[in-house]
Design a protein around this ligand. Structure first.
Ligand SMILES: Nc1ncnc2c1ncn2[C@@H]1O[C@H](COP(=O)(O)OP(=O)(O)OP(=O)(O)O)[C@@H](O)[C@H]1O
Ligand SMILES: [Mg+2]
Length: 303
């Protein structure tokens, strides 16, 4: 759907200051139909990248290309993209409906199309009850949802959101994530930036990871999770016998009721299970301990 190839962006400030390399030879891909998270700390270059995709600013080197399903001509391509900026402006005195109508008109939708779009999404976004109220009375979560609705009103194929979840409490985040997932299920490609690693882990199938203007990772979330440290397993069982295992285990805890919990590495798991079976223990569960994306995020290094 979108290719971001070898992009370098250098900001050249006033005379005295050094040029600043905001993006250095960054390449990544957004496949059609995917939900991709764009991770990076403050200042990593996420907004700069999104502005380059939207053609608000120009890269010094590199190329952004869009697949033909978005259209052949520049205008068609951008008509098929919905973009929610990092700090959208909400006219305080417009009602929700007026704001959406205004945004729909900018996208050259007919009034019937706008009405149909609002009817389709407002109740699913739980914003229908507030459509006749001015935006100044909206909570932050309501503003984020109406901003998102405005972004998808013209039924774009590619949706790009800059920090849509920022500043929301856990309930607000959950609600907006549900809505993003729903829109993605309709077949739309979604690319959104965030610092909130667990949110990306929860809903994205792919992640693009920037650190200080350099690409650290572009690919499936689970591959990144598996590429971290070795995966451990926790084996739980009951036995009244004394346990003396030959294979190496990482930890062993006992609990009341003759309950045991041992942690083993993936490579030792099979051997230990054989030993436990030979001891005829009452096995009650095996759980995988996955490193979280957050742990990887803090440890991974830029090239
Ligand atoms: N117009 C500009 N002139 C000079 N430097 C800029 C300009 N725009 C961005 N930068 C710098 O480029 C770097 C990347 O900024 P960018 O806004 O892309 O980061 P970000 O990843 O979106 O961060 P955040 O998570 O805080 O939104 C920052 O160091 C920023 O100061
Ligand atoms: Mg930003």
């Amino acid at each position: 759907m979108l290719k971001f190839e070898n992009i370098t962006k250098i900001f050249k400030p006033e005379f005295f200051n050094q040029p600043f390399v905001a993006l250095s030879d960054v390449s990544f891909e957004i496949p059609s139909g995917s939900m991709v998270g764009f991770l990076g700390a403050n200042g990593a270059g996420k907004t700069t990248s999104l502005k380059i995709i939207m053609d608000f600013i120009r890269a010094d080197k590199g190329l952004v290309t869009f697949s033909s399903e978005l259209g052949e001509k520049r205008n068609d391509v951008f008509r098929n993209i919905g973009f929610l900026p990092e700090r959208p402006y909400f006219y305080p005195n417009l009602t929700g409906r007026e704001f959406l109508t205004f945004m729909g008109q900018i996208s050259e939708l007919s009034s019937d199309q706008i009405k149909a779009g609002i009817a389709k999404w407002a109740s699913r976004f739980k914003i229908d009850h507030a459509l006749e109220r001015p935006l100044r009375t909206y909570s932050k979560g309501m503003l984020q949802r109406i901003g998102f609705l405005a972004t998808i009103l013209h039924e774009p194929k590619l949706i790009i959101l800059d920090e849509p979840l920022s500043g929301l409490d856990p309930i607000g985040r959950k609600e907006l994530k549900d809505v993003i997932v729903e829109v993605h299920r309709e077949g739309k490609t979604v690319f959104f930036s965030s610092h909130i690693v667990p949110d990306i882990e929860e809903i994205c199938d792919r992640v693009v990871f920037l650190k200080e203007g350099k690409l650290v990772y572009d690919g499936p979330v689970d591959k990144l999770l598996r590429s971290g440290q070795e995966i451990d397993y926790v084996i739980k069982f009951k036995t009244d016998k004394k346990i003396n295992l030959q294979s190496t285990i990482k930890s062993h805890q006992t609990f009341p009721g003759q309950l045991h919990s041992i942690t083993v590495t993936e490579s030792n798991k099979k051997l230990i299970l054989k030993e436990l079976m030979a001891l005829d223990v009452d096995l009650s569960g095996i759980d995988l301990i996955k490193p979280s994306l957050e742990e990887i995020f803090y440890h991974i290094k830029a090239n």
